[in-house]
Design a protein around this ligand. Structure first.
Ligand code: BG6
Length: 465
């Protein structure tokens, strides 16, 4: 457990939590919302569907009051595109726009800045059916229309934006971008075309934000898994470097430098699968780089050249005997976060916003209607401490958001993996009463924020200066 070293974070540092629309809101068919690809996902037997989630749509005032009590000054969520344009391209839905107006007003009235993701894996379903999602340039244009609509509406309320959540998953999970690969002549070529289309959509959104919102700040975001070579063998070092290039560097290089790196183009040209650049694409990327970089960070990976088979994005992943894992096998590695922050800052010199970090655990209320989640306090304090050390070592980090604030549905569609400071009383399929209960970590995070990160300890009472 981290000892209190009495040093605080920079003044104005952002503290809070992060979620998405579809993992919290529920109300999947209310307020004029159209179906998204999430609503059409098959539900695994015994698991939750997405229809109610934690009912944030109806209970956001109660939840925001709890976030205020913890001292949040930032909260990240996403806008559901299909609340704004139910079929992705037709008439705008005023009721959907009004919902986010009310939500952002409530946050701001409680001292909480909205940090908004434009797209978190939830394409309007109609755009998958009609265009095969981001495989089509038409969807890129529709995304820009949607982005411009929300910038015009909320630009005076929201300063910090993110285009795509974890854009580096596009190669492994094109389905998150509404793309079906079946029937493609060359699947790899199609995946890279979708990757390119997502870069173009991203760059257009950066351009539109800067045109429409003076002072608006746009990030490119990736899920960052720090990678290590399994041994000091040069073969492992190269395998590790190649894994990192495709997993992380490719995306940040385009976001920050505005052009494809040669370690990617050399490979694509050799294979004859360079994506099709339309006229103006190269200039668009070059002229519309980001204002800050954003990451989610949960775990590190270790890469062995011997095991590398080129099948997954990080090929050759092998367990790291020096690290414990969570119940889902994710290696817990706080120092890996510092490695990541230092590397990012050295490469790009852009401010960094950590917009997801946390641990999912199976939990139930105890007889005192709370959860003694010391493991979460330990996980978060260790990670925050590494952020603090990175800042001391010169890295410009300006905010830290935990994944979840209340519990929420996990990305795989299950409710058993809980992340919040606030327990939501529902089961996998049994919605119970959806009441909110503070976990032990609630008061701990409140103290961390009140001391601006100076006190990360788990002792019960502290004097807040
Ligand atoms: C990130 C996503 O990958 O990790 C979230 O942005 C997701 O949508 C989070 O919920 C945690 O992953 P999981 O699978 O535990 O929900």
């Amino acid at each position: 457990m981290v000892k209190n070293n009495e040093k605080a974070f920079p003044e104005g540092f952002f503290w809070g939590g992060a979620v998405t629309s579809f993992q919290t809101e529920g109300a999947w068919n209310e307020g004029g919302k159209g179906p998204s690809i999430v609503d059409a996902r098959p539900v695994k037997e015994g698991q939750s569907d997405w229809k109610t989630a934690v009912d944030f749509y109806h209970r956001y005032k109660e939840d925001i009051a709890l976030f205020k009590e913890m001292g949040f000054n930032a909260y990240r969520t996403s806008i559901s595109w299909s609340r704004i344009f139910p079929d992705g391209e037709g008439e705008v839905n005023e009721e959907g726009l009004q919902f986010y107006d009310d939500l952002f007003d409530e946050m701001i009235a409680n001292g909480i800045q909205p940090v908004i993701t434009l797209y978190h894996f939830d394409l309007p379903l109609a755009l998958r059916e009609k265009y095969n999602g981001f495989a089509s340039r038409e969807v890129v244009n529709l995304f820009d229309r949607y982005a411009r609509t929300v910038f015009k509406r909320y630009g005076h309320k929201v300063k910090y934006w993110l285009t795509f959540n974890e854009q580096n998953l596009v190669l492994t999970n094109p389905d998150f971008w509404g793309v079906k690969l079946d029937g493609a002549e060359n699947e790899e070529a199609l995946k890279y075309q979708v990757t390119h289309n997502a870069f173009i959509a991203h760059a257009k959104a950066v351009k539109s934000l800067h045109e429409l919102v003076p002072g608006g700040q746009m990030a490119g975001m990736v899920t960052y898994m720090t990678t290590y070579p399994n041994t000091c063998k040069p073969e492992d070092a190269i395998a590790n470097m190649k894994a990192k290039e495709l997993l992380v560097d490719f995306y940040f290089d385009v976001f920050a430098h505005g052009e494809y790196p040669s370690y990617v183009t050399s490979d694509l040209k050799r294979k004859g699968i360079m994506p099709q650049f339309e006229e103006g694409d190269a200039a668009l990327l070059k002229e519309n780089t980001v204002d800050y970089l954003s990451i989610s960070y949960y775990q590190s990976q270790t890469v062995s050249a011997e095991k590398a088979d080129g099948k997954w994005l990080i090929s050759g992943v092998t367990p790291n005997p020096g690290l414990k894992t969570n119940e889902w096998g994710w290696a817990i590695d706080p120092i890996g976060l510092r490695v990541c922050l230092k590397d990012m800052y050295a490469r790009y010199r852009l401010p960094i916003f950590i917009t997801e970090n946390g641990i999912g655990v199976r939990e139930e209320l105890n007889e005192n209607n709370t959860v003694e989640d010391d493991y979460r306090i330990e996980y978060l304090s260790e990670h925050i401490n590494q952020v603090k050390l990175a800042i001391e070592e010169g890295v410009d980090v300006f905010g830290y958001l935990t994944w979840g604030s209340t519990d929420l549905i996990s990305s795989g569609g299950s409710f058993e993996k809980r992340y919040g400071f606030v327990f939501v009383n529902r089961g996998e399929t049994d919605l119970r009463d959806l009441k909110r209960y503070k976990k032990k970590s609630f008061d701990w995070y409140k103290k961390v924020i009140a001391t601006n990160g100076a006190d990360l300890s788990s002792k019960e009472s502290v004097s807040v200066k």
